[in-house]
Design a protein around this ligand. Structure first.
Ligand SMILES: *Cc1c(COP(=O)(O)O)cnc(C)c1O
Length: 229
């Protein structure tokens, strides 16, 4: 067994263990393999080993890998998206994790019309209020979502966040818990085309805590593929 398969087995086991600790069904958590900077051969190896969900945060890389990786995989856009780049990816991804401003919603909406169906998005939330991070300020989340509901081409399927990087993953717990509660709050509003089905939270450093706090998608790069240079 190659080392990528071993990594994959370990990550899957850690997801299962975290789910069990929290009394959750392990099947409720989807593993999204983050492929940024990873060569196609390595991506293919984890796909052949059963990974069916891939995430990229750069448009150019997504396009190249989308062309080259074989098998029944789905792609998600997880990184900051410029409005003028929506046109390259709108018909190649199943979910955009990084909706964080109305100008982007407007651009996505335009391409949804071309597709003839709404495009699924998560709203990225800056839970810790970090200046360096993208995402909607948590205090503005509900008014932002209300504004997005004006666009018929956008289905909001949940929330995404990147917790602050810390040495002790336990310190991320309050942020994940916060995102979970925000999603419940949004759900209760019962807005059109808004459904809090997904919480995309947890990366290599902190995914077990995220799973314990309700993540449905964990985005894992370096724990699968090794450190990025
Ligand atoms: C790179 C990246 C990840 C994965 O990070 P790792 O620490 O390598 O697991 C997850 N989400 C986003 C948005 C990223 O850019």
């Amino acid at each position: 067994m190659g080392h990528l398969q071993e990594n994959l087995g370990r990550v899957r086991q850690r997801i299962r263990d975290a789910a069990m600790r929290a009394g959750r069904e392990p099947e409720a958590i989807r593993l999204l393999a983050v492929t940024k900077t990873v060569p196609v051969e390595q991506i293919q190896e984890v796909v052949d080993a059963g990974v069916d969900l891939l995430g990229e945060n750069r448009v150019q890389e997504l396009l190249a890998k989308h062309r080259q990786v074989r098998g029944s995989v789905r792609w998600h856009m997880i990184g900051t998206l410029q409005t003028n780049k929506v046109k390259y990816i709108y018909d190649k991804v199943d979910l955009i994790h990084s909706l964080d401003r109305l100008s982007l919603a407007q651009a996505i909406n335009r391409y949804a019309a071309r597709l003839g169906r709404p495009i699924d998005c998560l709203v990225e939330v800056n839970v810790a209020g970090e200046k360096s991070k993208h995402g909607v300020d948590r205090r503005d989340l509900i008014s932002f979502i209300r504004d997005v509901t004006a666009f018929e081409g956008i289905h909001i399927r949940g929330l995404m966040t990147m917790a602050p990087y810390v040495d002790d993953p336990e310190e991320t717990r309050p942020f994940f818990r916060d995102l979970y509660h925000l999603s419940r709050e949004v759900d209760e509003l019962g807005l059109q085309r808004v459904e809090m089905r997904h919480l995309s939270m947890g990366m290599s450093n902190d995914f077990e805590v995220a799973v314990e706090e309700g993540a449905t998608i964990v985005r894992i790069g370096s724990s699968l593929f090794g450190g990025r240079s």
